[in-house]
Design a protein around this ligand. Structure first.
Ligand code: EPZ
Length: 427
């Protein structure tokens, strides 16, 4: 098991190359199951979750080549086992995204219920209701979802909550249904639009992605194609906070401001100076900084993204005054709070609200990563904590960030990754 050791106090300076989006790549890899032909994906991030999805597709019988240098090719002609087992699904709940495509192409799918994870129980009831609206028979047996449908039929479904994964699963299944499907109260995240663009690239007909109403005209067949994944807006936001925290001068790109507007509005409110260059698709944070406390409420796109809540809280932890964070998307997404307090932060949790009283300085300590974004927030805190901070269990970070510590080191951070002898099985 690895750990990250960071010594605080360095101002970050320079440009960060943003990798492909994890949360666009995962549904698009699942959507490759819909294509009768070879799919080539470019700008795929080289991270653990992608390797997990490659493993899932291979167990289904697909032929997947992951060059690891940003290109993944997928041929699903020989998918013969429409089953995603518990062992794989429990390591990455996004595996549930193969359910819709398998049902649409194989007429049957048997996928393990994902179960919860560190940040919440993460049910899939909306996914299942949506597939039933397309005529699927769904039953749960021994912890598995078994879905069957001779041929899915276009239908109408209004989601009770704008679930990202449910929007994606139903959209993929509907793309091969007989007839047209109208989905309402859809998630509007940019990654949904990227998935819709991919489905249209392989011959589908999805209209309205990015709005709350999506129309999918079902086709009899979809084909192989090439597609380049959009950049990762959560990685970009994470590095913008890193630049601001250290009062540095950091440019991230490629990145479009429209994908992060509510986050940028909050950065402004927090006294972070930044400029947007639409032409080069970059965003830059730079001095002067006049940090101010903020009130943050996470919500579905286009509001403040839950995936950047922990990172921004790190900035509030050293900002004079009281900031409040209201997490409305997940029931347990304050795993970073106890660890930030070990670094000297003054944060109290009251249900789904975290009250952050800024302190003058954090001081380095040993902390434990728990989930992907909480772990990133702890590394960010280490950048400004006095002395040495050791973040253990960094495999959480590897799930969603490509070469995280390398990119930070390139910006001037005093950071290394090494083997956590104290926490690794004796060789
Ligand atoms: C996606 O998860 C992202 N993951 C998450 O990113 C992100 O935090 C989340 O959307 C919200 O933006 C991927 O795209 C792979 P949801 P997803 O369905 O699809 C409840 C990261 O750090 N819900 O919008 O699981 C659910 O319990 C990860 O990159 C139901 O009740 O998110 C949760 O409280 C973490 N029933 C809320 O909706 C359902 O059927 C949001 O879930 C589905 C969801």
């Amino acid at each position: 098991m690895d750990r990250i050791v960071v010594n605080g106090g360095r101002r970050l300076k320079g440009r960060v190359q943003i990798s492909g989006s994890k949360n666009a790549t995962l549904p698009i890899m699942a959507a490759a199951i819909l294509a009768k032909g070879r799919v080539r994906l470019d700008n795929v991030p080289n991270i653990r979750d992608i390797k997990s999805m490659v493993a899932v597709l291979r167990t289904l019988g697909a032929n997947v080549v992951n060059g690891g240098r940003g290109t993944v090719t997928i041929s699903t002609r020989r998918i013969n086992k429409p089953e995603a087992h518990y062992e794989l699904v429990k390591t990455m709940r996004a595996s549930i995204l193969v359910l819709g495509p398998l049902l649409a192409t194989q007429g049957v799918a048997r996928v393990s219920l994902p179960g919860g994870c560190a940040i919440g129980t993460r049910p899939i009831d909306i996914h299942l209701k949506g597939l039933e609206a397309l005529g699927a028979d769904i039953r749960i047996e021994e912890g598995y979802v078994i879905a069957e449908a001779e041929r899915l039929k276009g239908g109408n479904y209004k989601m009770p909550f704008a679930s990202v994964g449910a929007t994606e699963n139903i959209m993929m299944a509907a793309s091969l249904a007989d007839g047209t499907t109208i989905l309402e109260n859809c998630a509007k995240e940019p990654e949904i639009t990227d998935l819709a663009n991919f489905i249209n690239e392989i011959g589908g007909e999805v209209n309205g992605a990015g709005t709350e109403r999506i129309e999918i005209v079902g086709k009899d067949k979809l084909y192989g194609a090439s597609y380049s994944i959009m950049p990762d807006r959560i990685e970009a936001g994470t590095f913008l906070v890193a630049g601001a925290l250290t009062r540095g001068d950091v440019t991230v790109g490629p990145m479009r401001a429209e994908w992060l507007q509510s986050f940028l509005d909050k950065l402004s409110e927090a006294g972070v100076n930044f400029e947007i260059n639409d032409e080069n698709e970059t965003i830059r944070v730079f001095p002067p900084y006049e940090f101010k406390p903020v009130t943050v409420k996470t919500d579905v796109f286009p509001f403040f993204p839950t995936d950047l809540q922990a990172q921004l809280m790190t900035l509030s932890a050293i900002t004079e005054g009281e900031s409040t964070y209201h997490e409305t998307i997940f029931e347990n997404r304050f795993m970073h709070v106890a660890e930030l307090c070990r670094l000297g932060a003054d944060i109290k949790i009251d249900g789904s609200i975290a009250r952050v009283k800024g302190v003058k300085e954090l001081s380095g300590a040993e902390v434990m990563a728990s989930d992907l974004r909480a772990s990133a927030a702890l590394v960010l805190a280490g950048l400004i904590a006095k002395g040495r901070t050791v973040v253990r269990r960094v495999y959480h970070i590897d799930r969603g960030y490509e070469r995280f510590e390398e990119k930070l080191a390139k910006l001037g951070a005093n950071i290394i990754r090494d083997r956590d002898a104290a926490n690794s099985p004796k060789k």
